[in-house]
Each structure stands twice: as structure tokens, then as C-alpha cells.
Design a protein around this ligand. Structure first.
Ligand code: DGL
Length: 274
């Protein structure tokens, strides 16, 4: 029996370059897939914006990705997943996968105490999307959400293992102690870079869930199921990824490579779509 395949690229977008943590996982787990990434650096951050604004931006970016003939779209941004995913799934002609469902599913699978924490941007927390996704899977699991907006600029500044970041982590996470959580979802693209600091603050009794890592696995399963996985490249040739940005920030390459964990594919700056 021949298995259906599809050589078209996979579209991925984020409010900026944080989504490269999801790309890193997609590249690691699905090395045959060609990725077209759009980072909306010009309109970053999404994490304090309205549902209407983020939904409009997301629609515009998806139209841009569809013009590049993508076979499916990964919403790497937690905030866009929280605020815009239902509209995108309902409207777009290709499968659309967000990061929240996979993060919630992994948290439900790993918690033993039934008490899960979620840290995310202010807009993601306000939406209650993670709590709703956990509740849909396991109504008895208690979810505590906390916005940690300062983590985004600290990570972009490269202050990963830094006393200021440890202090901020303590301020944000100390109030969660009373809830005796055993699982914490990193519900923002930037937070996986803080795994070390967060793990030290919370101790070994709390399992950290990287929503992006979980999402890459879910995307692999979806592509295989729908006959959309990339065919094996002749001679094992590496795919040629494309990286589009709506602006080129200062010190972009060093920051972006920290998120991606490797050298960047070619970067093209394009006007904000729409
Ligand atoms: N990418 C966003 C997220 O995962 C974080 C950065 C922003 O606020 O735009 O929610």
C-alpha cells in the first residue's frame, strides 16, 4: 500500500520570533517538512492586545501563508491560539493547529495531584483558553493561571540565567505555591528558554510542559493521519525553509538563533500583510 504524501510546505506563524521555539521542535521532530514561518515583529507583542486585533492580524498572516501554498498552518503563538484559533479553524481551507490543546492534553496526562498551573501572557490568561481546554479533557482538574508579562522582554534581552530574571520568576510564581501544583504549562512561546530558572524556583516536584514541543508531536500525527506528511526527500536532502518578518529588529539574528537553537534560514522582510 502506498502512503499518501504532500510536498507542500507547512505554514507557521507567531507575533514575532518566539515562535521559533515551536519551529525548533518541528525541525527536530519532523525533519522532512519544509517550513514557511511568518513573524509579525512589527506588531509585537500580541500578549496585551484585544481578541479583535489579534484575530485580524492572524487572518491577514494566514492569507499570506496560503498564498505560499501551505498545506496546514501551525499557530505557534499562544496568544493567537487563545484568541483567534476558532475563527481560523472555521474559515480556512487547510487544517489549523494551535498550541493550547496539546499543552492542555499533556498537562492532564502528567498531573497526578489534579492541580495544574498555566503561565502565559495577560491576553492568554484573560481568555481562559487553557483552563477551558483542560476542563474539556478533565473537568475535575483544577487550573490556576498567572500572567507573567515581564518574561517576554527578559528572554528577548538574553537574560536567561540572570539574577533579575530569577527575582521576577520568584515574584510571579510564589503565589502559586499555596495551590500545591504538580504540573505547570509554559503557555507562551518565550518561556521554554526559562525552563532552568523556572525549574529551580518550583523544585523537582513540578513537571514543566512545553506546549510547543507537545504541539510538534500533534502536528506530526495530524499530517500522517491526513496523508499530508512530506515525502522522503531523494538523497535525504534537507528542506529549504523560509522566514518572513514584518520588520527586522536590532540584534535580530543573535536573538532569533537563541530561540531556534541553530543558524537561521534566509530571512525576508515583507510589509505587514493585509
Ligand atoms: N508569542 C506570544 C505568545 O506565545 C508571546 C509574545 C507576545 O506577547 O506577542 O503568547
Amino acid at each position: 500500500m502506498t502512503v499518501a504524501t504532500d510536498a507542500r510546505p507547512l505554514g507557521v506563524f507567531d507575533s514575532g520570533i518566539g515562535g521559533l521555539t515551536v519551529v525548533r521542535e518541528l525541525m527536530r521532530q519532523l525533519p522532512g517538512e519544509t517550513l514557511v514561518y511568518f513573524g509579525d515583529v512589527a506588531r509585537l507583542p500580541y500578549g496585551n492586545k484585544s481578541p479583535e486585533g489579534v484575530t485580524r492580524f492572524s487572518r491577514e498572516i494566514c492569507a499570506f501563508l496560503l498564498e505560499r501554498d501551505v498545506k496546514a498552518i501551525v499557530v505557534a503563538c499562544n496568544t493567537a491560539s487563545a484568541l483567534a484559533l476558532p475563527a481560523l479553524v472555521a474559515e480556512l481551507p487547510v487544517p489549523v493547529v494551535g498550541v493550547i490543546e496539546s499543552g492542555a492534553r499533556a498537562a492532564v496526562a502528567r498531573t497526578k495531584s489534579g492541580r495544574v498551573g498555566v503561565i502565559a501572557t495577560a491576553s492568554t490568561v484573560k481568555s481562559g483558553a487553557y483552563a477551558a481546554a483542560v476542563r474539556a479533557l478533565a473537568p475535575a482538574v483544577e487550573v490556576v493561571e498567572r500572567a507573567c508579562p515581564l518574561f517576554v522582554p527578559l528572554v528577548e534581552e538574553g537574560w536567561i540565567d540572570h539574577p533579575v530574571t530569577r527575582q521576577v520568576a520568584h515574584e510571579y510564581l510564589a503565589p502559586l505555591e499555596d495551590h500545591r501544583l504538580d504540573t505547570l504549562v509554559l503557555g507562551c512561546t518565550h518561556y521554554p528558554l526559562l525552563e532552568g530558572v523556572l525549574g529551580q524556583e518550583l523544585g523537582a516536584g513540578v513537571t514543566l510542559i512545553d506546549s510547543g514541543r507537545e504541539t510538534a508531536a500533534a502536528v506530526g500525527a495530524l499530517l500522517a493521519e491526513r496523508g499530508l506528511a512530506a515525502p522522503v526527500a531523494p538523497g535525504g536532502k534537507a528542506p529549504r525553509h523560509a522566514l518572513y518578518l514584518s520588520d527586522l529588529p536590532l540584534a535580530f539574528t543573535a536573538t532569533a538563533e537563541r530561540f531556534l537553537g541553530r543558524a537561521l534560514p534566509p530571512v525576508q522582510v515583507v510589509p505587514v500583510p493585509g
